[in-house]
Design a binder for this molecule. Sequence first.
Ligand SMILES: C[S@@+](CC[C@H](N)C(=O)[O-])C[C@H]1O[C@@H](n2cnc3c(N)ncnc32)[C@H](O)[C@@H]1O
Length: 225
Amino acid sequence: MHPDFWLDRWRANRIGFHRDTPLPLLVRHWPGLGLPAGSRVCVPLCGKSLDMVWLAEQGHRVLGIELATLAIEQFFDERGLSPHVRPGPGGIHYRAGPWELVAGDAFAIPADLLADCAGVYDRGALIALPSDMRATYARTTWRRLPAGCRGLLVTLKYPPHEKQGPPFPVDEDEVRVRFGPEWEVALLERRDILAGEPSFQAEGVTALSTAAYRLQRTPGNPPPR
Ligand SMILES: C[S@@+](CC[C@H](N)C(=O)[O-])C[C@H]1O[C@@H](n2cnc3c(N)ncnc32)[C@H](O)[C@@H]1O
């Protein structure tokens, strides 16, 4: 999937993935990770998600990574903030308040920049990518996160032949294969959501569920790539 796919969507404002409230699964399960206020949370493929506002309200510093400059500009504009903008590791860094958003490729983000991230939040990132790119994403962005890092991952599952992604279906086996053994994976919740997703129904999808996973980076990791 070429970066232009996403840049075009932002230019045309075709951002049906964007929610105007924080994700209930985040609000329900994030506190269980036990991350102290003040810790830094990485949000790969962040868009202009309001989940980053919610994370900041919990006292976190947020490091977002997003290809589309337009998404980052809209995030700050919509908060009435004028960020400091500077080139830095991995791209152009936009900073204001608790937010530092990097306009760049999450796959190319340097490990140094992630070294003090105690948390990671993925909603609409893994499932935004086709299979080969999901493998790259796990081997690059996630692998560069430090030992002890704790994360919340939200996925979708539907019969793969019933719809073209994105979003792509990702089941529990795949999560365990992609992230294990470097990450301990625990399924926290799975729920059927088809009734509330008319656009999936209109495409002929017959079953749709979302799941939340807790991930914890195990010690004894291989060196980051
Ligand atoms: C499905 S959207 C989800 C956005 C956000 N996580 C949310 O929940 O609203 C995926 C986002 O990833 C961005 N993106 C895609 N590939 C990327 C990459 N390699 N590095 C950084 N951002 C990327 C796209 O521009 C898009 O904003």
